[in-house]
Write a protein that binds this ligand. Structure first.
Ligand SMILES: C[S@@+](CC[C@H](N)C(=O)[O-])C[C@H]1O[C@@H](n2cnc3c(N)ncnc32)[C@H](O)[C@@H]1O
Length: 217
């Protein structure tokens, strides 16, 4: 048990508490604390909708039967929606074991493992047909370098589908890595959504886009 097990200070907003983590260990501990209430809190207080905005793009580009890595699986909201849409070969990874424990209860992931985005992933090259990453490439969470690993573990012809805030994309090194992967012929952009508020109830100013890249090399 760390001090994080006490949760935020009385009156402190839990999202701000989690997002103010200053190290991967602290972030994992804070998500561990939040895991049991994460879905209730985010739905009730924020009306979170980025999983719902992302899965139709999975359906558009990724065939049934595909082997999909859900990176930063959390409590498995994206996997549940993908399973509802007929996808049945889902692997999840996350830095927080308690978030993954919640995801495990959904019974939709064949494999769930603790891994840290930003580090080399413990998967073979070309292991997956697609990678999804929703609500994870953001401040204090997973860095832009995660994209290089998404491309490595995705087969040519497969897709990398992720959300990122426009401001984080600009300031967090995402544009540079996206452009480098494009210049190196490793992927190409196939679709990006318009900006939409991801937390319309609680933080309406927090905009996101979903990005879809096809892996080409
Ligand atoms: C906002 S939640 C989103 C969860 C899920 N994708 C969804 O859409 O509901 C962010 C998740 O990313 C995980 N996470 C944050 N940074 C990470 C990292 N560097 N490596 C792996 N997981 C990370 C957190 O533990 C948390 O479960």
């Amino acid at each position: 048990m760390t001090d994080e097990s006490k949760g935020p200070a009385p009156g402190e907003d839990i999202v701000r508490w989690v997002y103010s983590s200053t190290s991967p260990a602290q972030l994992a501990a804070r998500y561990d604390f939040w895991a049991a209430n994460y879905e209730l809190d985010t739905e009730r207080d924020y009306g979170r909708n980025d999983p719902k905005m992302t899965v139709p793009l999975v359906q558009k580009y990724v065939p049934q039967g595909a082997r999909i890595l859900d990176a930063g699986v959390g409590t498995g909201l994206v996997g549940q929606l993908m399973a509802d849409a007929g996808y049945d070969d889902l692997t999840g990874i996350d830095i927080s074991t308690e978030m993954m424990a919640e995801a495990r209860q959904k019974g939709v992931y064949g494999d769930l493992r603790r891994m840290v985005l930003g580090e080399t992933l413990d998967f073979e090259t070309d292991a997956f047909d697609a990678v999804t990453c929703v609500g994870v490439l953001t401040f204090g969470h997973a860095p832009a370098s995660s994209l290089n690993e998404f491309v490595r573990v995705t087969k040519p012809g497969g897709h990398v589908i992720y959300t990122v805030r426009p401001d984080v994309r600009e300031t967090g090194g995402f544009i540079e890595i996206e452009d480098e992967l494009t210049k190196d012929g490793l992927w190409k952009l196939v679709e990006k959504t318009d900006e939409f508020p991801s937390l319309p109830k609680g933080l309406p100013e927090s905009m996101l886009r979903v990005w879809v890249f096809e892996v080409t090399g």
